[in-house]
Design a protein around this ligand. Sequence first.
Ligand code: TMP
Length: 214
Amino acid sequence: MFKKKPFFIVFEGVEGCGKSFQSKKLNHKLKKKGFKTLLTREPGGTSEAELIRNLILKDYFKKKNNKFDKYTDTLLYLASRNEHILNKIKPAIMNKKIVICDRFIDSTYAYQVYGKKVDKKFIDNIHQKILRGIKPDLTFILKVSAKSSKLRLKKRKTKNRYDNFPQSFYNKAQKSFLNIARNKKNYFILDSSTNDSALENEIFKIVIRRLKTK
Ligand code: TMP
């Protein structure tokens, strides 16, 4: 039997990598085993944070060339994270739940720092205040081929502003995720190009193994 303990799992990867799908599958499998879980996402996760999500991801400006400055954009992601940690992630961790989050801090490093060249120290400073000691126990980076991600994005009914970027943008973001994960023992890079049940099972096995040793 497993002792009830908090555990924080994050899925990261580029658009169309299948991380939302895999988060749901893992949540379902853990629930079936009797674990208390919380499935959530960023940006968003609480009604307040989802308001900020809508603001960031919708094509909010009527004129095509108008957009927020990259620091405004970053602050909005961080504002949404603050609400999410304070009101949802931290309480769940305190209640010894297994939290599964679709995107977290590495998305900010991959997209804003590596992608948009936002100053990393600026983000680290804010994180120091808002993370409140919360850090992932395990991060899955789902790596996907350009062909598979394109196909998945094409099938998507509701698209956001990030779902229509050129392929070079996704290639760069994927490279950043792989760099972040390099040589870190709490990171697993898994190929999700086929997104079949073998991948689901592999993820589940890794989680159970880590839960046993925590
Ligand atoms: P999603 O489509 O996976 O829900 O994510 C929405 C978009 O938000 C995704 O394209 C990446 C972007 N994003 C950032 O740029 N920085 C962040 O910190 C987070 C959490 C997401």
